[in-house]
Write a protein that binds this ligand. Structure first.
Ligand code: ZN
Length: 146
């Protein structure tokens, strides 16, 4: 199951202490189904001083919020909304169910992979280890073309 909430989306919290407050998604955990929202659901952690550079104290950081407890705010109609999906060729769009605006498109997985490979190739010039590993991978795929 993939969630429709992504990093950098603006969401509104729909339940709990901070009901009605909005914020930007800074982290999504799709396997456990929670998000972290910037400045929301802050939890304190009391840390002991470990060294001079780690003085300890009370640290505040964003706690987990379940994805079902947040709702995306559509950037074009500015309302809390649910999202639909629209597929156009090999592109997948997330659309606002209230105003039908397209939030952004997402390339198919195969295309994404190609992009990553491109990045790796451009980096391989300055890293011999990576290049060797890549050649091994390629050799393996040639042997087992499944
Ligand atoms: Zn909308």
């Amino acid at each position: 199951m993939s969630y429709r909430v992504r990093k950098n989306d603006t969401v509104v919290i729909i339940t709990g202490q901070e009901k009605g407050k909005t914020g930007k998604v800074i982290f999504v955990n799709p396997t456990k189904g929670f998000v972290k929202v910037e400045g929301r659901n802050l939890v304190s952690k009391h840390k002991k001083p470990r060294s001079a550079s780690d003085p300890g104290g009370i640290h505040k950081f964003e706690g987990n919020i379940h994805i079902s407890n947040v709702q995306i705010i559509c950037p074009s109609c500015d309302k809390a909304t649910r999202l639909g999906a629209k597929i156009d060729g090999d592109k997948k769009f997330r659309i606002c169910k209230k105003c039908n605006a397209i939030l952004e498109f997402r390339a198919e997985k195969a295309k994404k992979k190609g992009k990553e490979k491109e990045v790796r190739e451009s980096k391989s010039g300055d890293s011999r280890v990576k290049r060797t590993r890549k050649t091994k991978e390629e050799a393996q795929t040639e042997q087992n073309p499944t």
